[in-house]
Design a binder for this molecule. Structure first.
Ligand SMILES: [Zn+2]
Length: 187
């Protein structure tokens, strides 16, 4: 379907403007950026359960609040779910905010992304080759493989199918306050 949307943004914070998407069963399934949230809304795939209090966008004639919590009209079976977006935050969530070499827990700011097979050796920048690592472990491993560095991985990296809600719940910085009631009790 041809779809164009021309919007001018008010000053807002991209992180604060994200939306939580729930299955029709109310199970939280993923977090999307505001552009994706508007697309889902305007193409009538979702109902909006909550709006962001302060995050708004403006089109030529109008301004409107951005959705914060969306619920899909149609139930998505887990086997049809496309999985979650590859990005730093989701890698940390998958790895439960633990360095995959020493096993310690770290905050978002203290973690780094490590390429298991280094980029310098044609390692991919993808779910299957990227893990959370603390800076000391990342520096120690340098451009070696885990085997060469004698630093075995805690878990073999993979593309996760679902948002790990339990972990999300523990890392308050990555969830927005208004999502709380929709997240608690799941996972
Ligand atoms: Zn470490």
């Amino acid at each position: 379907m041809a779809f164009t949307l021309t919007l001018r943004r008010f000053a807002f914070n991209e992180t604060q403007a994200r939306s939580l998407v729930l299955n029709s069963s109310y199970e939280p399934i993923k977090i999307v950026n505001w552009q994706k949230a508007i697309l889902l809304w305007l193409t009538n795939k979702v109902e909006v359960l909550e709006f962001h209090a302060t995050q708004k966008v403006r089109s030529a004639h109008d301004s409107f609040k951005l959705p914060s919590v969306l619920r899909l009209h149609r139930y998505i079976h887990k086997k049809h779910f496309q999985g979650i977006r590859f990005c730093r935050e989701n890698v940390y969530l998958r790895d439960e905010y633990r360095c995959q070499y020493c096993g310690e827990s770290f905050s978002y700011k203290k973690l780094t992304l490590d390429h298991v097979l280094p980029l310098s050796r044609s390692g991919a920048h993808s779910w299957g080759n990227v893990v959370a690592a603390c800076s000391p472990c990342n520096n120690l491993k340098a451009d070696k493989t885990p085997k060469e560095a004698r630093m075995p991985l805690l878990n073999k990296p993979h593309k996760p199918k679902f948002l790990p809600i339990k972990v999300l719940d523990k890392n308050q910085h990555s969830i927005l306050q208004e999502w709380g009631p929709y997240i608690s009790g799941w996972g």
